[in-house]
Design a protein around this ligand. Structure first.
Ligand code: UDP
Length: 440
């Protein structure tokens, strides 16, 4: 696997680390359990990092030196792709020929490296986009910086070179075809998963059936009270959680504006609403890391918003459990893993009807889908959790059941099948090529 611009060892929820990191970690671990050994190449970002780290049994992370360890942002990395590719090819050259059976690249920067490596080694290139410049640019937040033309060109080259493109949803597959000319024979849809051992209702055991936990709402509520106490959240509050990277595309400002709207309409709710924002600045949000705090101050809602730095997955699970609802007003999402994670913890999700979110959230059953980004519409939907206190628990139980369908095992099994199929096709094509050459 190639993950040039962000390491599977980084803490997700800030900077360049997010769902893709979680995707690579979870997928690799499950692939290894199924018997597919995985090596993940990533750019080294500190001199102290060892060249090789075992992430899990059967999963190695290889740190490749390509450019200075610190001070490079993602936008600088196209200039380091040659150095990175050199590191990857040198590593392979140290093994017997045929060491790698398939290259799976993540994000277009890795796709550029994978294109060359796969070609050299005579193995298939499987690629996952994670996000696409043309799709992002089509739905930017007001004033946000568009993705550059160089990325669009690079993505088109990767699509043309890939033997197989794995899309998160049918919609993403369609976008790959429409915007990048991918053909049907290249495209496969694999829904990402959620780690159901980490993300589960408070009273569920890591491996037990979720129904047991949901069958005892009183015990679940008691456990959630204890979690709220530990996190410093009031017991009787409506907790509207945002979790993830803070950048205009994720639109946490829409949540802040919606809450301000709600409090304008009903000032008596001031003591009953808490909005934790868990995560750190990222992407174009890094240019103005204080923007959200300033907005909250301008709108006079600093007292209800709580900013929390990013946390590990087990701790994040407690934030989900403590929340009445997770709120995702994103302008664009290739999938939106946090929507699955929150639901797996028994928490409904209020999400924008974009990207994978309509797949992750069942509108009216496990949460609500909101069209557009008008804070008044968001305020109206969030208000339902205030006016109907039983809604959170009812939708939460449905959400936990719904999320069970999205385990990583299924995603890994399907991905392993796609690897096997791509390898078989490549070998067959090579055999045909050799036969033709011999006949000549
Ligand atoms: N995340 C985390 N700690 C945090 C906030 C987020 O580990 O404090 C993780 C979260 O569990 C999720 C990922 O970051 O798996 C975000 O993925 P998502 O697909 O929602 O968004 P992306 O970052 O890919 O845009």
């Amino acid at each position: 696997m190639l993950s040039v611009h962000t390491s599977p060892l980084h803490q997700p929820g800030t900077g360049d680390a997010g769902g893709m990191n979680v995707y690579i970690v979870e997928l690799s671990k499950r692939l290894a359990e199924l018997g597919t050994e995985v090596e993940i190449f990533t750019r080294s970002t500190a001199s102290a990092l060892p060249p090789l780290v075992e992430l899990a049994p059967g999963v190695l992370v290889r740190h490749v030196t390509a450019g200075p360890y610190e001070g490079l942002i993602k936008e600088d990395l196209p200039a380091q792709l040659c150095a990175f590719t050199h590191g990857v090819l040198r590593t392979e050259a140290g093994h017997r020929p045929g060491h790698y059976d398939v290259v799976h690249s993540h994000y277009w920067l890795s796709g550029q490296v994978g294109w060359l490596a796969a070609d050299r080694w005579g193995v298939p290139l499987v690629h996952t986009m994670h996000t696409m410049a043309k799709v992002k640019n089509a739905s930017l937040a007001a004033g946000d910086t568009p993705e550059p033309a160089a990325r669009v060109i690079g993505e088109s080259q990767v699509v043309a070179a890939a033997d197989r493109l794995i899309a998160n949803t049918d919609e993403e597959a369609q976008q790959l075809a429409e915007h990048y000319g991918a053909h049907a024979g290249q495209l496969s849809v694999v829904h990402p998963g959620v780690n159901l051992e980490v993300f589960r209702p408070a009273t569920a055991t890591p491996t037990g059936p979720v129904g047991d936990a949901l069958g005892n709402p009183a015990a679940e509520a008691a456990r959630v009270r204890a979690i709220r106490a530990r996190l410093g959240l009031p017991q009787d509050a409506v907790v509207l959680l945002f979790a993830g990277r803070i950048q205009p595309l994720k639109a946490p400002d829409v949540l802040v504006r919606a809450v301000a709207q709600l409090l304008d309409e009903s000032p008596e709710l001031r003591d009953r609403i808490v909005v934790p924002i868990v995560g750190g600045p990222s992407g174009s949000g890094l240019a103005k890391p204080e923007a959200l705090q300033k907005l909250a101050a301008q709108l006079g809602v600093c007292d209800v918003i709580r900013f929390q730095p990013p946390v590990g997955q087990a701790e994040l699970a407690d934030w989900y459990r403590a929340a009445t609802a997770l709120v995702m007003p994103s302008y664009s999402e290739s999938f939106g893993l946090v929507a699955l994670e929150a639901q797996a913890c028994g928490t409904p999700v209020v999400a924008a009807a974009v990207g994978g979110l309509p797949v992750a959230v069942r509108d009216g059953e496990t949460g609500f889908l909101v069209r557009g980004h008008d804070p008044r519409a968001w305020a109206r939907t969030l208000r339902r959790f205030v006016d109907h206190p039983e809604l959170g628990a009812r939708m939460g139980a449905a959400a936990a059941r719904h999320a069970r369908a999205f385990g990583w095992d299924a995603a890994a099994r399907r991905t392993a099948e796609l690897y096997a199929d791509s390898i078989a096709r490549t070998r067959a094509a090579q055999a045909r090529g050799m036969a033709t050459a011999t006949a000549r």
